[in-house]
Design a protein around this ligand. Structure first.
Ligand code: SAM
Ligand code: SQH
Length: 370
């Protein structure tokens, strides 16, 4: 009996050890992926269009010959984390080479969006998130908890992310490129699945619209609509509009140009309650000028669904939402919100009603009526 008890205790300890090891070393998965992307591995395998042998992969990598032996180890962890699959090279290939059977690799579906020139590539997003500038604040999270400084980002960098982006050109372009790649996918979904949201609108302002990816797509789809992108000077400086698209420098906390609708994509999750209410009030002013009943604010952001039809979120989705919520807490003063929290913001800013359209996977399109 005593022996069994000791065995159980040892089993538990070893299990706890393994769990903690894996959680501690989670960053090794991300950093290995970043390395593979920087070396161009997904691009090389994609171009090859069939399983690529390790030796063929190595011959196309621009690495020092003394490091060739390490490539299969990088490939092993990324195969385990689901980005590559391993195959045995065909027998014919082995005979041709006259050598040992060699392993060959292919991309999984998850890796296809890590090919640099794929239209919905997540590479810019990954390069932003894993850049030392964006990683540094995580070292200061407990310091932030112990102090009054508003954000972890400010604890680490001495200024908010928007100010830092205006001063540090490298961050500005990493950030704008990441947002651009996300907006490409969202633009496509919005135009294919909810074009009706924009029917009847004569003008739209995309507040905090970045470099204008979503606004450009809307302007193209609705040639009679006047589209405006409002963002900070360092984001829109020098950007050229078209006949129905213009870029305006400004501060959404001060004023948003008048329009039938204001779009807010990935904006409110960057801010706390007080700031969100301020932005929403400015949106309400912007759409109230001409008294049209069809006027609205259109929000594209995450809504955490508590009683979603079709059951609980799967584990992977729960992890994504928890991580994004922490990310917003650390990088800005933001958070991901549940429907109840969104509703409270909307009513505090004086809106009468809202409708959530959960059409974007993790994210929803919310129509907000004055
Ligand atoms: C998370 S990004 C979203 C960009 C774009 N809507 C998208 O989804 O691709 C937030 C944007 O808000 C802009 N922003 C931050 N503070 C702002 C302010 N006070 N006035 C206008 N834009 C602001 C940033 O420059 C950035 O482009
Ligand atoms: O790395 C980032 C990622 C995102 C982001 C995440 C999930 C989404 O669904 C989305 O639309 C945007 O937004 C950011 C942001 O808003 C910041 O202010 C700074 C960094 C990021």
């Amino acid at each position: 009996m005593e022996v069994e008890k000791i065995d159980d205790e040892i089993q538990q300890l070893l299990q706890a050890h393994k769990h903690t090891w894996n959680q501690t070393y989670n960053f090794i998965n991300s950093m290995s992926l970043k390395c593979a992307i920087e070396l161009g591995i997904p691009d090389i395998i994609h171009k090859h269009a069939q399983p690529i042998k390790l030796s063929q992969l190595i011959s196309q990598l621009q690495i020092h010959p003394t490091k060739s032996h390490a490539v299969h180890r990088l490939m092993a962890i990324l195969t385990h984390s689901g980005f590559f699959t391993q195959h045995k090279a065909s027998q014919k290939d082995d005979e041709d080479d006259g050598g040992d059977p060699e392993v060959a690799y292919m991309l999984t579906d998850a890796c296809k969006i890590l090919v640099k020139d794929s239209p919905y590539s997540m590479v810019p997003y990954l390069l932003l998130s894993l850049d030392p500038i964006q990683m540094k604040p995580w070292q200061y999270l407990s310091t932030w908890f112990r102090n009054e400084v508003p954000t972890t980002y400010e604890t680490a960098h001495g200024m908010a992310i928007w100010e830092y982006a205006s001063k540090e050109g490298r961050l500005n372009s990493l950030f704008n490129n990441a947002m651009l790649s996300d907006s490409r996918l969202v633009s496509r979904v919005v135009i294919e699945k909810c074009k009706w949201v924009f029917e009847g609108l004569e003008s739209v302002v995309d507040a905090g619209g970045g470099t204008g990816t979503l606004a450009k797509a809307i302007a193209q789809c609705f040639p009679n609509m006047e589209c405006t992108v409002l963002d900070l000077p360092h984001v829109v400086a020098g950007l050229q509009g078209t006949t129905n698209l213009k870029f305006v420098e400004g501060d959404m906390f001060q004023a948003i140009p008048p329009a039938d609708a204001v779009l807010l994509k990935s904006i409110l999750h960057d801010w706390g309650e007080e700031e969100c209410v301020k932005i929403l009030k400015k949106c309400k002013e912007a759409i109230s000028g001409n008294g049209k009943r069809s006027n609205k604010v259109i929000i594209i952001d995450i809504v955490i669904m508590e009683d979603q039809k079709g059951g609980e979120d799967d584990d992977e989705l729960v992890e994504t939402k928890l991580c994004l919520d922490m990310l917003m807490m650390v990088l800005a003063n933001g958070k991901e919100r549940k429907e109840k929290e969104w509703a409270k913001l909307f009513f505090s800013a004086g809106f009468r009603d809202y409708k959530i359209n959960p059409i974007l996977g993790l994210r929803s399109l919310i129509e907000l009526y004055p």
